[in-house]
Design a protein around this ligand. Structure first.
Ligand SMILES: [Zn+2]
Length: 176
């Protein structure tokens, strides 16, 4: 299911869109049956604000319902990961430091993150061959990269991690 919308890099932009331009989240068609007129189906709420005061929580996530097959779907901005509590921007910074050669322990300390969280993200990046394959297929210039480190450096030079993940989500892959 295509859940990530190619817009709204910050929670503030997302909240403004929910209030002022909610139609920007409406899918063109149902991912299950192709019906072209999904209805707004309210919002569910989740925690997404990792700042110190977390004042934006709970964050509304818009839902839509297909009048034909009756299934519902939700839509996320680039600012929110489908399955991870931390945002893409922080993950990208962490991964860049690791690619540059910093140790897991050092990186965890720099970003005040748990060692196991950083290790999980690093392992994920280095075992995401399916993601690499799909991104290489879509962006020819990424096909020339020799190894994983060069691939992701080139990728991040062209688009932020959130956008790369949105493309994979668009291709039907399950992103974290
Ligand atoms: Zn449907």
């Amino acid at each position: 299911m295509h859940r990530i919308v190619f817009a709204f890099l910050t929670l503030e932009q997302h909240l403004l869109a929910i209030r002022c331009t909610p139609q920007s989240y409406r899918p063109d068609a149902c991912a299950h049956c192709g019906c072209g007129c999904l209805w707004g189906h309210g919002c569910y709420h989740r925690k997404a604000d990792r700042s110190g005061d977390a004042e934006l929580n709970p964050v509304p996530i818009p839902r839509f319902r297909c009048p034909s097959c009756r299934r519902t779907c939700s839509r996320l901005p680039l600012a929110i990961c489908p399955r991870r509590w931390y945002g893409w921007a922080l993950q990208q910074q962490v991964l860049l430091l690791l690619i540059a050669g910093a140790s897991l322990r050092r990186t965890a300390a720099v970003f005040a993150l748990g060692y196991h969280t950083v290790r999980r993200w690093w392992r994920w990046l280095n075992t995401s061959q399916t993601f690499v394959f799909h991104l290489r297929s879509r962006f020819a210039e990424l096909g020339r990269c020799a190894d994983s480190a060069e691939f992701w450096l080139t990728c991040f030079g062209q688009m932020p991690l959130c956008q790369a993940m949105a493309w994979l989500d668009h291709d039907g892959l399950t992103v974290p």
